[in-house]
Write a protein that binds this ligand. Structure first.
Ligand code: CU
Length: 112
């Protein structure tokens, strides 16, 4: 296996590992769902791409220890309007959360 393959696999595992942890609480989904969707995580990164039409942004985020995620490029749906002064290449600080459909969304973002 190449180093790149390993890097991609570990990135995928880091994300699916989070999903496993969440579904581990299947015994009482209704109460856990609310708590899970309320959790927000802060991170910093660099804006790699902006899709205004679909309200999405790609961020190269730093490792997120709380989630066991390595640094990676990742697309997020924007749940808050992207400030007009933010462009590709900018360093940003943001808050994200996981929606009940497992999609990660940005709920707050600003220049770092
Ligand atoms: Cu990520």
């Amino acid at each position: 296996m190449s180093k790149l393959t390993i890097a991609i696999l570990s990135a995928l595992l880091a994300h699916s590992g989070t999903a496993v942890a969440a579904s581990h609480e299947h015994h009482d989904m209704s109460s856990h769902q609310t708590r899970l969707s309320a959790a927000t995580y802060s991170s910093v990164g660099v804006v790699k791409a902006i899709n205004t039409q679909d309200a999405k942004v790609q961020v190269a985020h730093e490792p997120i220890a709380e989630l066991g995620w390595p640094a990676m490029n990742m697309w997020f749906a924007l749940k808050t309007p992207l400030p007009r002064d933010i462009k590709v290449g900018d360093h940003v600080r943001f808050e994200m959360m996981q929606e009940s459909n497992k999609q990660w969304v940005i709920v707050k973002i600003g220049r770092k």
